[in-house]
Design a binder for this molecule. Structure first.
Ligand code: HEC
Ligand code: HEC
Length: 181
């Protein structure tokens, strides 16, 4: 598995970036983290519509299902009907005890990395999280962590959750600036 931006990070932090502003450093780091944020393993659960998407091509979810009131699916057909506590490799069905869809305010599909960045920091849209809360969610949440252990036949997100957490921490330490696009 390819390491995620750690060389870049080491170089930036070791003063290779002495001539760069914190803002340029933060943006370079966020772009690297964007390889995870905009990976199909994350985007499939952060769709633009009420319907999740599937596979690396992000095709609409088959069978047809929708988010329902709280992201767990409609009362008659909750996600947990098919998505159990753990991945079920023989049938290629991913699993996690909390498997459900990110709320509409956290839709990422079809947005630029800059727009995702601004939205991530917006407490009105990100579930009321401050920056430490955001870091905790990205580096420790096990539903986020599923993206690196997605089961048979699925491409994991690049790097590791730990490396991703280190990038997000460094982005915050450098002012959490966002790319313009
Ligand atoms: C009737 C069964 C069924 C229900 C109900 C169901 N799913 Fe799925 N889901 C599947 C199957 C099967 C797959 C695997 C398809 C594949 O990748 O070949 C899948 C895959 C997915 C994926 C793709 C993961 C990835 O990155 O490849 C997401 C996201 C997903 N489901 C979300 C949901 C959510 C959220 C709900 C509830 C709102 C839900 N599903 C309800 C059967 C179901
Ligand atoms: C199985 C579905 C699923 C997958 C896969 C998933 N998420 Fe989420 N995500 C959610 C749900 C549900 C929430 C809302 C949880 C909450 O607010 O407590 C959420 C919320 C978030 C938030 C909160 C802030 C915001 O504005 O979005 C972040 C950050 C986040 N996810 C990052 C990721 C990253 C990074 C990945 C991939 C490495 C990922 N997620 C994969 C379902 C998913």
């Amino acid at each position: 598995m390819r390491a995620l931006g750690l060389a870049l990070l080491a170089c930036l932090l070791a003063g290779g970036a002495a001539a760069q502003t914190d803002e340029a450093v933060a943006i370079a780091i966020f772009r690297e983290a964007g390889k995870v944020l905009q990976h199909p393993r994350c985007l499939n659960c952060h769709p633009a519509t009420d319907r999740p998407t599937q596979t690396d091509t992000m095709r609409p979810h088959q069978p047809r299902i929708v988010r329902g009131e709280d992201g767990h699916g409609p009362a008659g057909l909750p996600c947990s009907t098919c998505h159990h506590k753990a991945n079920f490799d023989p049938a290629r069905v991913p699993g996690h005890p909390e498997w459900h869809l990110a709320p509409r305010s956290m839709a990422w599909q079809g947005k630029s990395l800059g727009a995702i960045c601004v939205q991530l920091k917006d407490k009105e849209r990100n579930g009321g999280r401050d920056l430490p809360g955001l870091l905790r969610h990205m580096s420790e949440d096990s539903l986020v962590g599923w993206a690196w252990a997605p089961g048979a036949g699925r491409t994991p997100a690049p790097g590791t959750q730990e490396e991703f957490g280190a990038l997000i921490r460094a982005w915050i330490d450098n002012g959490a600036h966002c790319p313009t696009e």
